[in-house]
Ligand binder design. Sequence first.
Ligand code: DGY
Length: 319
Amino acid sequence: MKMKKILVTRKLIKDSEDKALKIFDAKLNPNDELYSQSRVIEMCQGCDGVLTSLTDKMDKETIDKLPDSIKIISNFAVGFGNIDLEAAKKRGIAVTNTPEVLSDATAEIGVLLILGACRRAAEGIESAREGGWKWSADYLIGKQLTGSRLGILGMGRIGQKIAKIAKSLGMIIHYHNRSKLSPDKEDGAIYHDNLKSLFSVSDVLSICCPATKETENMINKETVEYFPKGAVITNVARGDIVDDDALIDALNRRKIYAVGLDVYKNEPNLNPGYLKIKSAFILPHLGSATKDTRIAMANLAIDNIDEFFKTGNCKNKVN
Ligand code: DGY
């Protein structure tokens, strides 16, 4: 059988690029250039599939202009908010993602956000670097996790792992999810069937749900008022879930005590309002950034294309 031709839009870790070259006639991106949408369309000419990453905006306009030869968009991420699934479906293009392999690494960053925001790590790091700080009984007093209530918005694999670690730190776990989990998956967590009910008991919130039309701006001017005064909001999922202006306003009013963020709308250009808030514990989208996880994700993205061309389907197809 003739080797399938694929475009890989971003540079991958070498092991994964070697794997792609073994299975496919793969066009790689050795300089890791950020391709524009029109460049992706142009580079897809003559290809059977494209391995995209979350930095590729595969909106309707882009997908409509892809050559007919493209049969699969394999996203190098569990999230697929960068791809218009309907537009792809209409053109008969399968879209796949990389679930599970990044759950542990992303949950670790989720817990780091909780710890960093609650224990004022951003201010602490700045003071330690500047020098001249003086220990005192009330210096950089933060919020203790032990005994506080953690609300988890989206209790999928990442949410469940964060719940497990947070529970071991003595937090009491509450969650909202499209459906209630089975008791073994819940592991003692308390289910709330609506946002208001969850947010009103969340001393700390961890956002772990996918970005969809339904979850867009779930944290907004109205819902931010549901939280107890001085709550902490963290987000390891996607920036689209938060209305930044509403959250920044709540931080400035001290309604919300601190934020821990790894993801933003319009990355890498986060809302400058966050930069003015000293307590904001902010990271540059590091959720899945460990070597093992990135290799596992890329290998899965490659396997998804292989499975699709071999069988006509793929277990990680999302559209
Ligand atoms: C994902 O896979 O969606 C992660 O955000 C990538 O780091």
